[in-house]
Design a protein around this ligand. Structure first.
Ligand SMILES: *Cc1c(COP(=O)(O)O)cnc(C)c1O
Length: 465
């Protein structure tokens, strides 16, 4: 295949994508296949001779879609949404055509300066103060890893990056048990170690399962007494399991009184903060040092796209940045080279899809979708609560809630039945030792009817259980 053929094939790919999207409601959300089934269909020796693109394309349409879980399906209510608004997909196609490396200003000036603009747009859209700046990562995991590594270096006066951690004081990071496993991964890989991630208890009966700020204070003091060195606090807004939100204002106050940096993980819920009425869930956020949210979840930027806001980028650049001779930019220090803010050197042109998304949907369009999702999740939760044998275990926080049917065993059997049926897709979590089913409403393509199929299908599938 050469470049002269590309446009024709891209048109065919676009036609295929149109039909794929139009037909999603008729597909099961999850494929009915067992591990290894798909591989058995494509297993072959590495190709020695070139094959016509026609054959490869046909194999794709024949084999791949039926073996995929359809994240753009309007009745995908599992995990978290991964919306890809059409404008963001189009932007990806254009970025793909240029396939530039946005590692330095001079390797992709437009990508670099557009990143600056869309970060400010999003900062303002979320109601954050004007002194936040930021950058785009691939994932929240990378952003949280960067934030925790920065906490390590601040605590070690930037000696860890050169001298390593042997002989260094024992560092401590604090988070509630509701934070995402990406925080555990960050402490493991930053060399701080899992045993030094202190899980601070949540307040019993708190409406959003906040970390107990008094317990945080006591645990920091106890660690200092024991000769350890507190390094930072990771808070959550919209935890993945049940949507837990820490009392950001109270916890930051404790952290800052000990000189500790605070990173807030709002990977899923951050998108909702474009709506002023939801900002009470992160009251006090203006004092955070670092915040991550994923426009690739609820906001509609095609995967992947994680935004990290930073009050002061200098400590993170100090921890993550390296400038060997071959990466020096002529023109000196006035330009921002975003690779110094992040883990990988090579960077995709992700700002383009945010620029397309925000302009084509407008904040008003995005707000309407998010408000609908929250309202419909509440409607669905009420309908489920009214079904015999069902109980809401955690009420909706934004558009995420959990429920149970009778006991653990019946709930697990029901979940399996529902997902085998394929019309909707739900996943599970554990809450207070119980097996519960999660519902997250957030697909751009979903309607209220799609959401209200959840109680209908649950009622049907629970018969005889
Ligand atoms: C999804 C999610 C993550 C992980 O995000 P990635 O971008 O996949 O790394 C982390 N924290 C929370 C709260 C999430 O919802």
């Amino acid at each position: 295949m050469d470049y002269s053929e590309l446009a024709d094939w891209q048109k065919r790919a676009a036609d295929w994508a149109r039909d794929y999207h139009a037909g999603l409601r008729d597909r099961p959300v999850r494929p009915d296949i067992a591990p290894g089934d798909f591989l058995a269909r494509i297993e072959a020796p590495v190709p020695e001779a070139p094959e016509p693109i026609e054959a490869i394309f046909d194999d794709f349409t024949r084999l791949v879609p039926d073996a995929m879980t359809h994240w753009q399906h309007p009745r995908f209510f599992a995990y978290f949404p991964a919306n890809a608004a059409p404008a963001s997909m189009l932007a990806e196609q254009l970025a793909n055509a240029m396939s530039a490396q946005a590692m330095l200003w001079q390797t992709a000036p437009a990508a670099n300066e557009m990143e600056d603009l869309v970060i400010r747009w999003l900062r303002d859209a979320l109601g954050l103060p004007a002194d936040f700046t930021g950058t785009i990562h691939d994932s929240a995991t990378t952003a949280t890893f960067s934030a925790v590594t920065t906490m390590r270096e601040l605590a070690l006066s930037h000696q860890g990056i050169t001298k390593g951690l042997s002989g260094a004081p024992r560092l401590r990071i604090y988070a509630s048990a509701q934070t995402h496993s990406s925080v555990d991964k960050a402490v493991r890989l930053s060399g701080i170690g899992q045993d030094n991630l202190v899980k601070v208890p949540t307040i019993p009966d708190h409406p959003t399962w906040s970390m107990d700020a008094d317990a945080l204070e006591a645990m920091i003091r106890a660690d200092i007494q024991a000769g350890m060195k507190p390094a930072g606090v990771v808070l959550c807004v919209g935890g993945t399991s049940i949507g837990a939100c820490d009392d950001i204002g109270a916890c930051i106050k404790v952290a800052h009184s000990h000189g500790l940096t605070v990173h807030v993980d709002a990977a899923w819920a951050g998108s909702a903060m474009i709506c002023e009425e939801f900002r009470a869930l992160w009251a006090g956020i203006e004092a955070a040092d670092s915040i991550v949210f994923n426009p690739h979840k609820w906001l509609g930027a095609q995967f992947d796209c994680a935004v990290q806001f930073l009050r002061d980028p200098a400590p993170q650049i100090g921890a993550m940045g390296l400038r060997p001779e071959y990466l020096k930019t002529q023109g000196g220090d006035e330009v921002v080279n975003y690779n110094e803010w992040t883990l990988p050197l090579g960077r995709r042109f992700r700002a383009l899809k945010l620029w397309f998304l925000l302009r084509s949907e407008g904040l008003s369009g995005l707000r309407t979708r998010i408000r609908n999702h929250v309202a419909w999740a509440n409607d669905a939760a009420r309908a489920i609560a009214a079904l015999p044998g069902f109980a809401i275990t955690t009420p909706p926080i934004l558009s995420l809630f959990t429920f149970r049917f009778k006991d653990d065993e019946a709930t697990a059997t029901l979940l399996d039945r529902v997902n085998r049926d394929g019309r909707i897709y739900l996943t599970q979590t554990s809450h207070q030792g119980q097996f519960v089913i999660r519902v997250t409403v957030g697909q751009f393509a979903c309607t209220r009817d799609d959401v209200m199929m959840i109680p209908t299908i649950l009622s049907e599938m629970s018969q005889g259980l």
